[in-house]
Ligand binder design. Structure first.
Ligand SMILES: Nc1ncnc2c1ncn2[C@@H]1O[C@H](COP(=O)(O)OP(=O)(O)O)[C@@H](O)[C@H]1O
Ligand SMILES: CC(C)(COP(=O)(O)O)[C@@H](O)C(=O)NCCC(=O)O
Length: 320
């Protein structure tokens, strides 16, 4: 009897890879309960995603996640029976990671809307980790105002506690909220999460590994509570272009708001705005991507890679 020959490295590759066409053929019977108007409403500034892209990328993803969530629920119930415990419902937790300006928020919002339309999981909550950034005053005190988005700029303990409590079935847990306009935490508003069927946690660093404690032992990481995780990937030079293009657009929208922290950038001409955006990108977002975010890509269950026109062209799903 002969077996197919595989090299050791191919056998050890934990991912199975799809191109756009082969991915889109998966889960042909999964419905797509969204309209063009929904997609326009959900997409982020500068993200050209349309219903055709949602059909090709998110319909199969939605089918796959239904399968995973159902299997995880069944395992949870079987485990409770084995342990002689009363089966409690626990939310299915999904992490969405990737660079600033890669389009994580569009992806996370689309997933939320698709999953809300499944009969098994009508209650889907989405939180973004920016709510756990320290307020600007605290960042200033710690000398971290120029490091927003770096792991140390977040209250990681509070974020970990939040995700652990939601996963643990707490009735009501609340998270702080970040405001891009004032560039700070909103002092008197919080997002309340009440026992969702699914929790999506979106942010730059959600796949960061656990930190070592002073005594050398590892603490836990938020990703320890994830049932599934997605890394939205693209070439760094493409993401930089999307960041700069978005910055130019923000001049006429968010920056023009008198309350905007970036009000001073609203009147910059194109050349000055490009220079400013490139300066912020090169000093903050590019180093954070290279040092902290990209190294976590290999921890994701699914890596979705965008081409220069924002369309997903490669999907890698962990099979090991
Ligand atoms: N300075 C800003 N002012 C207003 N909105 C912003 C600003 N920067 C980013 N945003 C918005 O915040 C959301 C998250 O952005 P970001 O963290 O870059 O992640 P991503 O682009 O991957 O979704 C996006 O919808 C974006 O349009
Ligand atoms: C708010 C962010 C840190 C992203 O937060 P996330 O929700 O991904 O944790 C980022 O969008 C940001 O504003 N970075 C600061 C550098 C800049 O102005 O681009």
């Amino acid at each position: 009897m002969s077996y197919p020959r595989t090299t050791t490295s191919a056998a050890a590759n934990p991912y199975v890879e799809f191109d756009r066409a082969s991915w889109s053929r998966l889960a042909a019977s999964t419905p797509l309960p969204l309209t063009t108007a929904d997609v326009i409403n959900l997409r982020g500034l500068g993200d050209p995603i349309d219903l055709a892209e949602v059909d090709v990328v998110y319909r199969p993803l939605s089918g796959l996640l239904q399968l995973y969530a159902a299997a995880t629920g069944a395992l949870h119930r079987a485990t409770s029976t084995f342990l002689g415990e009363r089966a409690t419902r626990t939310p299915y937790v999904i992490g969405v990671a990737g660079s600033v300006a890669v389009g994580k928020s569009s992806a996370a919002r689309l997933l939320r809307e698709l999953m809300r339309r499944w009969p098994q999981t009508p209650r889907v909550d989405l939180i973004t980790t920016d709510g756990f950034l320290y307020p600007n005053a605290e960042l200033r005190r710690r000398g971290l105002l120029e490091r927003k988005g770096f792991p140390e700029s977040y209250d990681r303990r509070a974020l970990l506690r939040f995700v652990a409590e939601v996963k643990g079935g707490a009735d009501e847990v609340s998270a702080p909220l970040y405001d891009h306009v004032t560039y700070d935490i909103l002092p008197d508003r919080r997002q309340v999460v009440r026992h969702p069927d699914v929790l999506i946690v979106e942010g730059l660093n959600v796949l960061a590994p656990a930190r070592a404690r002073a005594d050398g032992t590892a603490s836990m990481a938020v990703s320890d509570f994830f049932d599934f995780s997605i890394y939205v990937d693209a070439r760094t030079r493409d993401i930089k272009r999307w960041y700069v293009d978005r910055f130019l657009k923000l001049r006429r929208t968010a920056f023009a708001n008198p309350a905007s922290y970036f009000r001073r950038y609203a009147d910059l001409d194109d050349a000055a705005a490009v220079a400013k955006a490139e300066e912020i990108w090169e000093s903050i977002n590019a180093p954070n991507l290279a040092q902290n975010i990209l190294p976590t890509r290999g921890r994701a269950t699914l890596v979705l890679t965008k081409a220069e026109d924002h369309r997903m062209h490669r999907m890698r799903l962990r099979k090991l």
